[in-house]
Design a protein around this ligand. Structure first.
Ligand code: 0O2
Length: 207
């Protein structure tokens, strides 16, 4: 790791500590919102969360692919997704509610917002992506640290996992018919998400 990242072992170790800690900060914020929501509305909007810090190999590949210097400081400067957390929600409206609640917090700085639900990718991918900066406090200093937050419904997550497997797990060339079918599934899923939201709103008297 130390050799690969062309920095000291300590620098790489410290980098992983910072990003792991930033994920813990963001995860706790969502857990608190989820708990409060349960008290107010008798249900949890978050089904589950998954977090990861990018592996050294993915970091190196990405830096090289984008033509950046391959070093710890370059990774910290140029990459927004070293730390990533995926928040999987029950309903589409939960996504926006949670995103706004996070962004409104005083210690959170919004760096980037990409709404792939309003504007799905051509392949059908849907999710709300935020890059936020959160302060992480250590013994004698504070590190503002960027975390990529992907917020999506269970249905969107289901689709994205399969599509991700196809793209990254050895399927070299996806036949056009498969891409079409996947896009169709994404659209069906989006329509189902909308219907589920309507049903939920009717049952809760908010429609
Ligand atoms: P992994 O293995 O999930 O980490 P950026 O990486 O932010 O500099 P970009 O393209 O602007 O570059 O980021 P964007 O569009 O916000 O998407 C980044 C991440 O979103 C991806 O990370 C995926 O996790 C997810 N994503 C984006 N598009 C798709 C898609 O079409 N299908 C699926 N399944 N996931 C998608 P990585 O690093 O590609 O992968």
């Amino acid at each position: 790791l130390a050799m690969n990242l062309q920095g000291s072992f300590e620098a790489a170790q410290e980098m992983y500590l910072v990003y792991h800690s930033a994920i813990r900060e963001i995860r706790t914020k969502f857990e608190i919102l989820d708990d409060e929501f349960k008290i107010q509305w008798q249900r949890n909007p978050i089904e589950y969360m998954k977090a990861r810090v990018k592996s050294p190999k993915s970091l190196l590949d990405k830096l090289a692919r984008r033509g950046f210097e391959v070093s710890v400081s370059s990774a910290r400067e140029n990459l927004n997704d070293i730390a990533g957390i995926r928040v999987v929600c029950s309903f589409v409206e939960d996504i926006y509610t949670l995103a706004e609640m996070l962004i409104r917090q005083d210690d959170i700085r919004l760096i980037q917002r990409k709404d792939y639900i309003q504007n799905p990718k051509p392949n059908g991918y849907r999710s709300l992506h935020l890059v936020v900066e959160v302060p992480v406090f250590f013994s004698n200093h504070c590190e503002p640290t960027r975390v990529e937050v992907q917020i999506r419904t269970i249905a969107m997550d289901f689709w994205a996992s399969l599509e991700h497997q196809l793209r990254y797990k050895g399927v070299d060339k996806v036949p056009p018919s498969v891409s079409r079918d996947l896009k169709e599934c994404a659209d069906v899923i989006a329509a189902t998400d909308q219907k589920m939201q309507q049903i939920h709103n009717i049952l809760n008297g908010t429609d």
